[in-house]
Structure formats: C-alpha cells, structure tokens
Design a protein around this ligand. Structure first.
Ligand code: SIN
Ligand code: FE
Length: 286
C-alpha cells in the first residue's frame, strides 16, 4: 500500500526502475512515500508554522495557479511571502512529477497550506476529513478526470496521521447498490445557478454520493479495513485521492498540491475510478 521511493531531489533524472515502480504503484491505488524528500523552509518561512496565519474560517489556505491567495489572516508583504512559499512548493512538485511520471499533459490546480491541527477541529461529518473518504469536488465537475495530490509534512516535530482504507473496487461494490438515481434536472440547475463550474456528469454525482455515504456510515468508519500510516516530519507523499480511501486524523503544517489528469494520460486508463464504476454499473458515466 505504501510504496517507498528513495528519491532525495526535487528534480530528476530518476532511475528507470524507480519511475516504473512509481507509476505502477500510484495507478494501482498505492501511496508513493518519499521519506528522504523534505520540503525545506527558509528561516523567515518558519514563522508561517503558526495556526494564526489561517483566517480561522476555512480549513486550508489556498493559492490558485494565478497566485491568488485565500483564507489567510496575513496581509501585505507577509501574505506575499506565504504565497511565494506555496508557489515554490507548486513548482517543486510539478518538476518532480514531470521527471518521475509519464504524464505529458497534467494540469496544475490549487496549492493548499494546512496550518491548523487536524485533531480537535470541529465540523460537519460531510466536511470532516478525519473520516475515511475518497475526494470529490462539489463545485468542480471532473467528468472522469483524476485528482492527484502531493503532500508534504513541514511540521518541525509532529507526524501527520492518516488511515488508508480498502481498495476502491471493494468499496465501490459495497456502496454502489445504496446510491439512488440522480434527480432529473439537478445537474442542469446547479450549473445554471452557478453552484457548479460546468455541468456535473453522472460520474461526479456518483463520486459525491460515495464520498458522503462513506462519511455518514458509522459502521463503515469503525469496522472497514484500514491501515494506520504516520507520515513523519520532513517527508512527502503522492496519491490519487479520488481512488484511495483516506482520512487525516492528526497533524499540523502540511502543504498540498493538486493536479488534474485526463485518464488517457494514464499508463492504464482502465484503472481509473470512472472505468471501474462504469464496469460495475454497466453504464457510461460521462
Ligand atoms: C484529505 O485530503 O482528506 C486531508 C489530507 C490531509 O490534510 O492530510
Ligand atoms: Fe481527502
């Protein structure tokens, strides 16, 4: 489940054996673990290791690819410096992915900084990422495209605690029969009202339902198979979060970079969640 890679540099070239292992494990629902790849902060940037840099409203501070920063309490030069740190993380992860993986076209999406201790954060079940889930975006329809996320634990001393759940296909098999049909006209209406950017496909509705149903199922949360993983300070990990059931139970100060990927870029597109769900349901979903 955890595929440990010996990489210690943000730029390649990387050994062909390592590259082959990386794409195979990643597309198979593994978590690529980089224990020797710290994302280094400068002395000045270490002042951002403080929950107070968040505005206290959103879970994460986010930076759009155009540099727009959201949900930070910082202003002026300090906000600029935080944005620059996040931009450097975006550049570093892009360069690593470009050199490690065979994906020639990959879209760099948002960067997030997560300075708030996960443990003890209170929120609704649906938005509680301490519960096992797959990622699905409520407002951004993916229509089958993949969500790939690169994480770095930049905390000086605390690990980030995760649970990683059962294989996607096992999960989908047990939850699909519980999901009802889409409400006619809902995706059209959501698009018209601006709730979604573009129209949700049946795939998006299904993924959101799987996300919500899993989080609301106490029995599943308690009893479904999962492994505990501790990501130590100074490490990174990379995972298709639309396929790997995950929960973050504790930790503070993580950086995260999201990428979107068309499934025709994959070495084996048949492994994409949309393909698995189409096979299980017997229907085209996007
Ligand atoms: C999540 O993607 O569900 C949360 C992961 C994290 O913040 O460690
Ligand atoms: Fe998640």
């Amino acid at each position: 489940m955890l595929e440990t890679l010996p990489i210690a540099s943000w730029t390649g070239p990387y050994a062909p054996e390592v590259k082959a292992r990386a794409v195979e494990a990643l597309e198979n629902g593994g978590v690529l673990f980089f224990p020797n790849l710290p994302f280094q902060l400068s002395e000045k940037e270490k002042s951002f290791l403080d929950a107070g840099v968040s505005d206290g409203k959103a879970k994460n501070i986010s930076r759009d690819p155009d540099g727009t920063l959201q949900s930070t309490s910082l202003t002026g030069k300090r906000a600029q410096a935080l944005g620059a740190m996040m931009g450097r993380f975006a550049d570093s992860t892009s360069s690593l992915i470009g050199d490690l993986l065979p994906y020639r076209e990959i879209e760099r999406a948002r960067t997030s900084y997560r300075p708030v201790q996960v443990k003890g954060r209170s929120q609704s079940k649906i938005s509680d990422d301490r519960l096992l889930h797959i990622d699905a975006f409520p407002s951004r329809p993916m229509r089958g495209r993949r969500i790939l996320r690169f994480f770095a634990n930049v905390a000086p001393s605390s690990p980030r605690h995760w649970h990683v759940g059962q294989p996607f296909e096992d999960f989908a098999k047990s939850f699909l029969p519980r999901i009802g049909p889409d409400l006619p006209g809902k995706s059209w209406l959501y698009e018209k009202l601006g709730v979604t950017r573009g129209r949700r496909s049946r795939y998006d509705e299904l993924m959101l339902s799987l996300h919500d149903t899993a989080k609301l199922d106490d029995n599943f949360q308690k009893n479904s198979p999962h492994q505990k993983v501790d990501f130590p300070p100074g490490c990174c990990w990379l995972v298709f979060t639309d396929m790997v059931l995950h929960a973050a139970l504790g930790g503070e100060f993580a950086l995260e970079q999201t990428f979107h990927l068309d499934i025709d870029q994959m070495a084996e597109p048949a492994r994409a969640p949309i393909k698995v769900l189409e096979r299980l349901s017997g229907k085209a979903l996007a």
